[in-house]
Design a protein around this ligand. Structure first.
Ligand SMILES: NC(=O)c1ccc[n+]([C@@H]2O[C@H](COP(=O)([O-])OP(=O)(O)OC[C@H]3O[C@@H](n4cnc5c(N)ncnc54)[C@H](O)[C@@H]3O)[C@@H](O)[C@H]2O)c1
Length: 402
């Protein structure tokens, strides 16, 4: 279908605003071309310090800093320190409550059901994944759901924790509704990411970490800020047409005027958009329905959640699982089989003009190694935004590398 004429909405793109601080990933990490970089430890210390100024205890701040900085480190700036402003706003508004004690119920040894009590998403999620891993060590498998939580950052951070223990790890979350179902034109669920990690010998491991939508909202923001049309197939407008104008879609999302991001596979049935739609709902069955959290269009529906729980909060839900491989086969054997599989995938015949076949996680592991050495790259507007945040709370600006 044809799209409407693009009308870029410049009002949606202020220069320094935490809502608009997404940058495209650096594609080739042989010396990032970002002018500003901050050593990993300095960036983490900055986040901890700023959070402390906003009433977040040091231990909690360190968890949030680890998760955010690991995202930038791995080349996923859309979910890194650029998000700090949003968390501070959540703390300021009161729907993110630092310092709360989550309630953990363990109905059977392999399962835990956690009420996060609206605490920081990263803090309860680290606790939940650690618990899933501990349960897998004693029971072979550990599964943990979380309700009444907040945005937890990249799904992959938590799955990586299982990988560090040479286990299979799964992490999922639901999110604010931004995606339309196949044949619909009203946002019904979030970009609901799935992370799945499995160890392999001689490789960092297989590490799938992806939204279940064609693109996350951050990609639309990048195109909007660059005043560029989107490729068809990413989003639809309020009437259900392919949208090329990112500003229009973003404005419609904010105003809930109709249209939104498309599920993996795109619009309609031609490229199987119903598969992404199904995966997103599957994530929500585990993270929202099963956990007792909000689900679908009700995530971040403050009014409805207040009626249901007595607290006006997003009620985000998460799901974590760890699998002890040893219970299935010797760990070394599994890791050798994974390594062989990865090698076979990478060594396959390349398509025209392609030099390399990647396996999931490979790009991010390479970027993390590079950024750990040469500093975490920050886009200029992200750095400026951090400086503004620092000034507002009386904290020193992040220390940049020479
Ligand atoms: N907390 C939330 O609400 C939320 C919501 C959506 C997304 N996210 C996070 O956003 C991040 C980005 O998500 P995304 O959907 O934009 O990811 P993406 O489209 O960049 O896909 C990333 C995944 O694809 C792999 N990949 C990329 N190119 C590849 C290739 N050529 N061959 C093989 N594998 C390849 C990567 O290694 C990674 O596993 C993720 O970390 C996700 O967890 C969080």
């Amino acid at each position: 279908m044809l799209d409407h004429q693009p009308v870029i909405n410049h009002n949606l793109t202020p220069d320094v605003d935490p809502q608009w601080t997404h940058e495209p990933n650096c594609e080739h990490c042989s010396g990032c071309d970002s002018e500003i970089s901050v050593a990993k430890a300095d960036l983490e210390a900055f986040v901890v310090g700023v959070l402390e100024k906003h009433g977040v205890g040091r231990a909690e701040g360190e968890v949030v800093a680890r998760v955010l900085v690991s995202s930038d480190l791995r080349g996923i700036p859309s979910h890194g320190v650029a998000r700090l402003g949003r968390y501070l706003a959540g703390i300021g508004t009161g729907f993110i409550v630092p310092g709360v004690e989550p309630e953990v119920v363990e109905p059977v040894p392999a399962i835990a059901v956690i009420d996060a009590k609206n605490g920081l998403g990263q803090v309860v999620s680290e606790l939940a994944m650690d618990l899933a891993i501990a349960k897998a060590k004693t029971n072979g498998i550990g599964m943990v759901t979380v309700k009444n939580s907040n945005h937890y950052g990249i799904a992959g951070y938590y799955a990586l924790k299982a990988l560090d223990q040479r286990m299979i790890g799964v992490s999922m979350t639901n999110a604010a509704p931004l995606v339309v179902p196949t044949f619909g034109r009203q946002v019904m669920f979030g970009t609901n990411p799935i992370a799945f990690a499995a160890p392999a010998s001689n490789h960092p491991g297989f590490m799938l970490d992806t939204a279940t939508s064609v693109v996350p909202r951050g990609k639309l923001e990048v195109y909007d800020r660059n005043r560029t049309q989107m490729p068809p197939g990413w989003a639809m407008d309020q009437d259900g047409y392919d949208a090329l104008n990112p500003g229009l879609v973003l404005r419609n999302l904010v105003e809930r005027a109709g249209g939104g991001i498309l599920p993996l596979g795109g619009r309609g049935e031609l490229h199987s958009g119903y598969k992404g739609y199904g995966l997103a709902v599957m994530v929500d069955v585990l993270c929202g329905v099963l956990s007792g959290a909000a689900y679908g269009p009700f995530v971040y529906d403050m009014k409805r959640n207040e009626q249901k729980t007595g607290v006006a909060a997003p009620n985000v839900g998460h799901f974590f699982m760890a699998i002890d491989i040893e219970r299935f086969m010797p760990l070394d054997e599994f890791e050798a089989r994974m390594a062989e599989y990865i090698d076979v995938l990478r060594d396959g015949e390349k398509a025209l003009d392609q030099e390399r076949i990647y396996v999931h996680g490979e790009k991010e592991f390479e970027k993390a190694a590079c950024h750990a050495k040469c500093g975490v790259p920050l886009a200029k507007n992200v750095f400026e935004n951090l400086c503004t945040i620092a000034k507002q709370c009386g904290h020193a600006a992040p220390v940049t590398r020479a």
